[in-house]
Ligand binder design. Structure first.
Ligand code: ADP
Ligand code: MG
Length: 697
């Protein structure tokens, strides 16, 4: 049965070696199974014939039938074209061809009735269709009444005449042959409870819908199935992990209590307390923790990480915190060293620029167990970095790290995996989080520290530069500091760098009496750090920078963020940047500078920023604008190569699929009951094809 769908696509009637190699290369279609899952992305409506009188400019595609009255070859050379008059009882329509003229001219006969299909456009008082599809009217096509599938294609396929119609033809052949070979992949009780149509009907109707209603039910069924199996797999991984991966038990909270009572610099928010409890619960559970900590920028994740570290250290084990950039690691180190010193706990910083001798010392102190807390960058992942007993690995701003890098941290302990806490400020929409991190436990800090005033976000045009500068001057005179961020993307790096330097110069000219810093990715790390440090110490008042300051940098006195060419940034990036201010007690501002001319999407992005400070709301809009593939950090995961479901649109189906999957596993964790046999079989067959992007297989 399965063997049928494993048949190489070459052996389908109408394919053969040449087309098969095209399908392999262009569409990743290798087997019958791949082909049948190559779903149309839209349908052309052939359910209706329009009369010529009914045509209008707004109609995307129309189907018309009529008699060919006249045909004419006009012009010569490049300008040569074929025009045809088609009439019905209501009027006259012109059809035009500029290419393939001779072939079409030969085929068409005056006085014969045709069916044509294409996009009408007005031409004076009449309508014409350029390059329509045209067929002789037959009893069959006269009935109309179908939705024609349109398949994803590549340019190459089109030029080799493997167009949508050709694929539809192959599909017809395949469906004809597969009749009784299509296996039901969901148990009957689920089909019944959720009113899902059988797999076979769904496949037939997704390619050749018999009605709009059946089409939508097929989509529903196939999307549900796809999301259900993803959720099932993720939930299963989680169960397996909870079952198999024992964790060290860390229960001693004495250091935590001491810190809490004697050194905590501020009252924790309720959300922070809640999350610490959740993590502490994991640490003493005896199971290995794998937890994602989501919290908007400025919500105070770092201190939560530190407090959890204290629990580890109380029991004599070690903890590591990995940050994505040198600046960030440095900043974490500076911040946490203050706390660690008060608690008399050894702490060290390890980055690419750590001197060899210092590095050696750190390595030794880690191995002996004397060094308790290590902060650093990717340098932590190197082979020589060996711990005596790593109890907790914290990964900050996770989206900058690949999954593979994270898993290296996991392997730092031989006997038992360390507990893992991944902290991210990239708000991930619920639907995405469910798919990407469905196997992790998730904690959320959904509250900002008390006393923070919401950041005011303002949109200004470049023409308002003078007013904006005056505003900045007032702020600086009141003691504040200012960020000015310029876009820099790889594709236009040279030009962007020039804009940045021009910007820097004009800032220096506009503020001759004020010290200005500049930081960008092309500077040497030492120079960058030097400038950054000057700004942190408030020796400079304005920081001109690229997005290198995007992640995590914390200067509470900086209360104004100016974003130049704001239209060139993505929404989540804008939000991240804005999060650099609003960290102190003062009112903070984010000023989005743009040109007058804005595209529709840019406009939506700017409006969204002005309207809301809520990271989750922003990420939802971002997902809608860009689609899931582009959301930060998800590109490489492979978890998003969905066949039919769309995470931006199918939130409710995903929610349902997850609930059903939880329910199924709760009642039958090993999927041993007879009614779940179908599920088990399907998981086996998916396992063969799915690339495993997670650490746990
Ligand atoms: P993020 O979640 O973006 O990593 P940080 O951990 O950098 O945020 O915290 C932002 C700032 O807020 C830091 O200066 C930190 O010391 C401060 N902070 C954290 N928690 C609180 C709190 N409960 N009350 C007041 N300030 C806090
Ligand atoms: Mg942070």
């Amino acid at each position: 049965m399965a063997a049928f769908f494993d048949t190489p696509v070459e052996f389908l009637k109408g394919v053969g070696p040449q087309r098969s190699s095209l399908l392999n290369k262009e569409l990743n279609i290798f087997t019958f199974g791949d082909l049948i899952q190559h779903f149309p992305f839209r349908y052309e409506d052939r359910t209706k014939f329009y009369s010529i009188k009914e045509l209008s400019d707004d109609l995307p595609f129309v189907q018309v039938k009529g008699i060919l009255k006249k045909k004419e070859l006009i012009g010569a050379g490049f300008k040569k074209r074929l025009t045809v008059q088609l009439t019905d009882e209501t009027g006259e329509l012109e059809l035009v061809w500029f290419q393939g003229i001779n072939w079409i001219n030969e085929k068409l006969k005056v006085g014969v009735q045709y069916v044509v299909f294409g996009k009408p456009s007005r031409y004076g008082s009449k309508f014409n269709i350029a390059h329509p599809e045209i067929e002789v009217l037959t009893g069959k096509n006269e009935q109309g009444g179908f939705l024609q599938p349109v398949y994803p294609l590549s340019e190459k396929l089109r030029t080799r005449h493997l167009d949508s119609k050709a694929i539809a033809k192959l599909m017809q052949e395949l469906l004809l042959q597969s009749g009784d070979k299509i296996r039901e992949t969901l148990p009957k009780n689920l089909l019944d409870s959720y009113k899902l149509i059988p797999k076979k009907d769904a496949l037939l109707n997704i390619h050749f819908p018999q009605s709009i209603d059946l089409l939508s039910r097929s989509q529903q069924r196939l999307k549900f199935e796809e999301l259900f199996y993803i959720q099932l797999r993720l939930l299963k991984m989680k169960l397996v992990r909870q079952d198999k991966f024992k964790g060290q038990v860390f229960q001693d909270a004495s250091l935590l209590t001491k810190f809490y009572n004697e050194h905590l610099p501020f009252a924790l928010t309720d959300a922070q307390k809640k999350v610490i409890k959740e993590i502490y619960g994991d640490l003493k559970s005896g199971k290995q923790m794998n937890r994602l900590l989501q919290g908007d920028v400025g919500s105070g994740k770092t201190i939560v990480g530190f407090i959890c570290t204290l629990v580890i250290v109380s029991s004599g084990a070690q903890a590591a915190l990995m940050a994505p950039t040198e600046i960030l690691a440095q900043q974490h180190y500076n911040g946490l060293k203050r706390y660690a010193d008060k608690m008399q706990l050894p702490i060290a910083l390890l980055t690419g620029s750590t001197k060899k001798s210092a590095r050696k010392e750190i390595h030794e102190a880690l191995r002996s167990g004397e060094l308790k807390i290590l902060i650093g960058t990717h340098a932590l992942l190197e082979e020589e970095v060996q711990f005596k007993n790593l109890g907790l690995a914290i990964v900050d701003e996770q989206h900058r790290f690949g999954v593979a890098q994270r898993s290296k941290l996991w392997q730092k302990n031989v006997s038992l995996y360390p507990h893992v806490l991944v902290m991210t400020a990239t708000p991930i929409p619920r639907t995405l989080a469910m798919t990407l991190y469905g196997d992790l436990d998730v904690s959320v800090i959904d509250q900002l520290p008390a006393g923070r005033k919401p950041i005011k976000t303002i949109h200004r045009f470049d023409a308002h530069r003078l007013q904006v500068n005056q505003f900045l001057r007032d702020q600086i005179e009141a003691g504040r500091q200012v960020y000015m961020v310029y876009p820099l993307i790889e594709e236009s790096e040279k030009l962007d760098l020039k804009h940045l330097m021009d910007g820097y110069e004009s800032v220096c000219r506009a503020f001759p009496d004020i010290a200005v810093s500049i930081v960008h990715g092309r500077m040497k790390p030492e120079a960058k750090d030097f400038e950054m440090t000057r700004f942190i110490k408030a020796e400079t008042k304005i920081m001109v920078a690229t997005t290198v300051i995007e992640v995590g940098v914390d200067v509470p006195n900086a209360s104004v963020m100016v974003i130049e060419n704001a239209e060139r940034f993505g929404l989540s990036q804008l939000h991240q940047l804005r999060g650099r201010v609003g960290r102190g007690a003062e009112q903070s501002y984010c000023i989005l500078m743009t040109d007058y001319k804005l595209g529709a999407d840019s406009k939506t992005r700017i409006e969204t920023m002005v309207k809301t400070n809520n990271g989750f709301e922003i990420s939802e809009t971002d997902l809608k604008l860009r689609g899931p593939g582009d959301i930060m950090g998800t590109q490489q995961s492979g978890a998003l190569d969905l066949l039919i479901a769309d995470l931006a649109k199918d939130g409710p189906i995903l929610q349902l699929a997850r609930e059903v999957a939880i329910d199924v596993l709760k009642k039958d964790p090993e999927l041993e009951k007879p009614e779940n046999k179908v599920i088990k079989t399907q998981i086996e067959s998916i396992r063969k094809t799915v690339v495993n992007w997670s650490r746990i297989s």
